[in-house]
Design a protein around this ligand. Structure first.
Ligand code: XMP
Length: 319
């Protein structure tokens, strides 16, 4: 009789048998998958686990702090928090091509992760949140931007270089099953129910060159949008919702002054697996409220538009 509780117990036994008394390193991204892996490993091997969280500076509002609070304070899991935001933003300076952004971020992520992991004594294993769809996707897709999906979460090539073996306890699971397992392990509901977030983060939600100033503007607008979605009780009906800061300025009017500021696009989609998607049919009153709040509260944005493109022909992200 299959249940998630039985799966959890079986995995815990399997992990113990696999790693023995070796130390395991787990990279945390702030996302659901790596968080579930970390908590599962913590249950299995306690303080033989060390987590490494590489902060790219491209996360959403408050996200880095949430990760640190949850793992270090709540779970008391040893966590190395490396703030590498200056490094990432520096290397991204002037880069506009979406795939070039991904490559830079992926390479830096591995470099920084390795630097931190090298300091951990006696590590024998690297734990990763590889899911069943990742296992399939890595063999069956070619061409187009989605080839690089997850390219930087799954720190490719690193285990061999560091002489580490892999622990991938989620390899048989789909995303919805990972969420069930997360709840089974006692992860907070709002953490487990989080929308997917791409590894390259806000860098691919700022078409054109990424700057700290733009990332800060986007973070504020995105937080307002998500807050309104949560307040309306819509968060769990949406697969993914986010804002995109466009490299276009338009004219507006504020009081009796002319403004010349960025356009912000809002995106929200329903989807089963991210492979196809439809734009979420918000009512206009909701969208107007969000637009008004963003323009009033965020300096640097004076116009808001809603993206109604399906996938295909669009993608979920704009880059
Ligand atoms: P697209 O934009 O291709 O996105 O329709 C499908 C899903 O994949 C996510 N995505 C990424 N995730 N690294 C990631 O880890 C990436 O480079 C990347 N690009 C897209 C996207 O957020 C959506 O959930």
């Amino acid at each position: 009789d299959w249940s998630m509780a039985a799966f959890r117990d079986a995995k815990i036994a399997e992990i113990r048998a696999q790693v023995g008394d070796s130390r395991v390193i787990c990279g945390l991204s702030g996302g659901v998958d790596s968080s579930v892996v970390a908590v599962l490993l913590h249950e299995a091997i306690g303080d033989q686990l060390t987590c490494v969280f590489v902060d790219t500076g491209l996360l959403r509002m408050g996200e880095a702090q949430q990760v640190v609070d949850l793992f270090r304070k709540h779970y008391n899991i040893p966590l190395i928090h490396r703030d590498a935001s200056d490094l990432f933003l520096g290397e991204l300076d002037g880069v506009t091509d979406p795939e070039a952004k991904r490559k830079i971020i992926g390479r830096l992520f591995i470099d920084v992760f390795q630097e931190e992991a090298d300091k951990i004594q006696d590590a024998g294993f690297l734990a990763q949140g590889t899911l069943y769809p990742d296992v399939i996707e890595s063999v069956s897709f070619s061409g187009g931007p989605s080839v690089t999906i997850k390219s930087h979460h799954n720190v490719g090539g690193l285990p061999e270089k560091m002489n580490l073996k892999l622990v991938e306890p989620l390899r048989e699971l789909f995303k919805d099953e990972v969420r069930i397992l997360g709840r089974e392990l006692g992860l907070p509901d709002d953490f487990v129910g989080r929308h997917p977030f791409p590894g390259p983060g806000l860098a691919i939600r700022i078409p054109g060159a990424v700057t700290k100033e733009k990332a800060d503007i986007l973070r504020k607008a995105d937080a307002i949008y998500l807050e309104e979605i949560r307040n309306e009780g819509l968060y769990d009906s949406i697969w993914q919702a986010f804002a995109v800061l466009l490299p276009v300025k338009t004219v507006g009017v504020m009081g009796d002054a002319r403004t010349y500021d960025h356009v912000l696009a809002l995106r929200a989609v329903t989807s089963v697996d991210g492979m196809t998607a439809d734009s979420y049919p918000f009512d206009h009153a909701f969208l107007s409220r969000v637009a008004t709040r963003i323009i009033n509260e965020v300096r640097g944005i004076n116009r808001v538009v809603y993206d109604i493109t399906s996938k295909p022909p669009g993608t979920i992200e704009w880059e």
